[in-house]
Design a binder for this molecule. Structure first.
Ligand code: BES
Ligand code: MN
Ligand code: ZN
Length: 498
């Protein structure tokens, strides 16, 4: 369950809440909500500062329990860093720090005054959405595969109210929070699918989740194509990847009809539920992270759920090729030539470049819906992680307007992308002596040549590719799925409805 969000016009000293959240810059000068709380409580925050407990440094939070003179039971003082450098990124960080601290407290609700802080170039809506999404992101816990615990004895955070004192802004604020709540539930859906192990979250499981989503939401239809259906359509590329796995492939098609007879938006997500590399097998170290190779699928499914919860006045089709890439006696092999649904033949030079092989048939299938725009999301290349690291998704498109719209949506939700060129100059790296195209493009520009491969299957349509290999999960032993690029995709759709 996502947190419940609301706005409040209460003053900080009168808000009756288990915990009040206020900010402190590193110059340690009290102002805004912190100054008012300090005044009413006889200098309680100033004493924290004087004692060295609260420094205002970013990343630091300090808890004040039971201050006199105010209605709140606790005050959480969040370090904001340098006042003059307090920008969107700093606000985002403070909101996440606050969320993390709140998660550890035995409380069910809180009231945050962070939304009253000045952020250059950002309005109240942005602050509400950012603070709400950060709080929900921090409140998420993965529990699915632990031994069930008794119901927690301590209360858990379930609701948070944000200061929005300006009455003219409050209607807007409610809309911003409605959008944030929908994005948060899409993010949670995507995180949960990403985090589940591949022995549970296999292609059949993804299909079952899509069916459940359709059952639970009016206006959603679902269709799942089986191996035989895909064979009839000639999806030889997708089926080539699938042939080494005991888990049969699924092609999931979800449709939301909220836009009458308008042409749909189409989202396509890479759903490799586990990527061993196949016969071109990956090294053992770190292979477990390849359970996250369906995070593109999780991202488009999450974004779809958000769009449905918001009942956006658009048509949206969400296509997920769900396949497991395994080595086996029946596996496809390097040098195999596959015939894709488009008719183009593909020489497989590396069975670990499988994502593009399932996406190309999904992209061809997507065109059946005559979409006005196609966006795919995929954990497609390690090369994208080398190029952009863990902070930006790689965006590739030939359409400058679409690029601007997607980049803007990413900036607005702090789910940022960065554009890489998709020039035809790179296409010759995919030349093959035995088929129309090879599935790998050599050692240079691996993220771009993967994008160039996909470009061959979209027939000049308005299309963008998001490589989320670096952004969809946090690496390491306890790294969890991030839910990206759900915020970017949903914001993109919301902006199209404005
Ligand atoms: N799923 C991987 C990409 C990946 C690797 C994502 C590491 C995140 C972290 C993809 O299927 C893959 O294996 N790509 C190969 C392509 C290569 C064989 C051309 C890669 O990036 O090494
Ligand atoms: Mn691979
Ligand atoms: Zn992969």
């Amino acid at each position: 369950m996502t947190l419940k969000f609301s706005t409040t016009a209460d003053a900080p000293e009168t808000a009756a809440t288990p915990c009040l959240v206020v900010g402190l810059y590193d110059d340690r000068t009290l102002d805004g909500a912190a100054a008012r709380v300090d005044g009413k409580s006889g200098g309680a925050i100033q004493r924290l500062i004087d004692g060295g407990d609260a420094t205002g440094k970013p990343g630091g939070t300090t808890l004040l329990f039971g201050p006199a003179g105010i209605a709140a039971a606790r005050v959480l003082v969040v370090g904001l860093g340098d006042r003059r450098k307090f920008d969107a990124a700093a606000f985002h960080r403070a909101a996440n720090d606050a969320g993390r601290a709140l998660k550890g407290l035995p409380i069910e609700s809180a009231v945050s005054f962070l939304t009253e802080l000045e952020v250059p170039g950002r309005d109240l809506d942005w602050k509400l959405r950012t603070a709400a999404l950060a709080a929900d992101a921090q409140a998420y816990r993965y529990t699915a595969t632990f031994k069930p615990k008794d119901a927690p004895k301590t209360p858990q955070l379930a609701a948070i109210a944000f200061a929005a004192a300006d009455p003219t802004a409050r209607d807007d604020g409610d809309r911003a929070l409605t959008e944030a709540a929908a994005i948060a539930s899409g993010v949670r859906f995507a995180k949960e699918l990403g985090n589940l192990p591949p022995n549970i979250c296999n292609p059949g499981y993804l299909a079952a989740q899509a069916r459940r989503l359709a059952d639970e939401h009016a206006g959603v239809t679902v269709e799942v194509l089986e191996r035989e259906d895909m064979a009839k359509l000639g999806m030889g590329s997708l089926l080539g990847v699938a042939q080494g796995s005991a888990n049969p492939p699924k092609l999931i098609v979800l449709q939301w009809n909220g836009g009458g007879d308008a042409r749909p938006y189409a989202f396509v997500g890479k759903g490799i539920t586990f990527d061993t590399g196949g016969i071109s097998i990956k090294p053992g170290a770190g292979m477990e992270e390849m359970k996250f190779d369906m995070c593109g699928a999780a991202g488009v499914l999450g974004a779809f759920l958000s769009a449905v919860e918001l009942k956006l006045p658009i048509n949206l089709v969400c296509i997920v090729p769900a396949v497991e890439n395994m080595p086996d006696g029946n596996s496809y092999r390097p040098s195999d030539v596959l015939t894709s649904m488009s008719g183009l033949t593909i020489e497989v030079l590396n069975t670990d470049a499988e994502g593009r092989l399932i996406l190309c048939d999904a992209l061809t299938y997507a065109q059946k819906f005559d979409p006005q725009v196609i966006v795919d999301a995929a954990t497609l290349t390690g090369a994208c992680v080398v190029a952009l690291g863990k902070h930006a998704s790689g965006l590739m498109t030939k359409d400058d307007e679409l690029a601007e719209q997607l980049l803007a949506a990413g900036t607005a939700t702090h789910d940022r992308a960065w554009r890489l060129p998709l020039w035809d100059d790179y296409q010759s790296q995919l030349d093959s002596g035995f088929a129309d195209v090879a599935n790998i493009g050599g050692k240079y520009a691996g993220a771009i040549t993967a994008g160039c491969f996909l470009a061959r299957f979209v027939n000049g349509r308005r299309w963008a590719h998001l490589d989320v290999a670096g952004t969809a999960w946090d690496e390491g032993r306890k790294g969890l799925a991030t839910g990206r690029p759900v915020p970017l995709l949903v914001q993109y759709l919301i902006d199209r409805c404005a």
